[in-house]
Design a protein. Sequence first.
Length: 290
Amino acid sequence: MSSSCRPWSLSLMFLLGMASEGINCPSRCSCQYLEVNCTGQQLQEFPVDIPLDTRQLILAANNVSYLPAVELSFLADLVYLDCRKNLLGDDLDFTFTGVAKLVYLDLSFNNLTQVTFSTFSHLLSLVVLKISNNPNLVAIKKDAFANNTWLRHLDVSRTGLTFLDTSTVRDLPNLRLLGLSDNLWHCNCSFLDFITWMMESNVHFPDADNITCYTPADLRGLRMPTVEAQLHFSCLTQLNKQDYVFLCLIGFCIFFAGTMAAWLAGICAVIYEVHASKGEEEEEEEDEED
């Protein structure tokens, strides 16, 4: 190597070395080019001094209970965020408004309680979302993923879910993998539409043998194909209490309407007869006078 090129090469090596060592790397974290890794450092809060050009941020296996939306918004180029095994709770609405480029998000093994439209609505590029192993997650709103049309991998296994509206996942055109195992599915007639969609869709369901009913007791432990056949028979051939109440209400309305119609018809007939008899009497009186 010529002496003229040597200073440039040394400068380049120095810059790369500084990048690999992580300029302004958060305390107790390791930094490489565009990546910050804080795995298992017993962090209580979101780390500070994260380089603004960070593309991958790994906060796995810590004690973080809150993700500050403002600090996250500084990481506008973030595409990969791993927050599994933390203490994140239910207050995640509008948290990810500033990281619209995010492609991969792992929130598994946390304390999430619900997912609303505002939770992930700004993540228009999201492809992988893992929210499994959140035992307190009991509700995913119908429109929760309405804006996440690029979502291909969604995992909601091992949560407290008992119901999931069919449109929540059916309207995701790129969905290819959906984890549903080991949940507390309540297999009633309202859930039949979702089970039918599962049987007919091209989506892959990993660990399918463990996608079973938890309630009612007579269906507990049964896999979805078996349950679909039973629910088709019971839901389509038998009526539940609400159906009987509805039919009774309809019957009462019909009876009441028929009674009222008959009463009105009788009134009209009596009035007609009265007017007709008066008209005949008047004609007779006129004939007598003539």
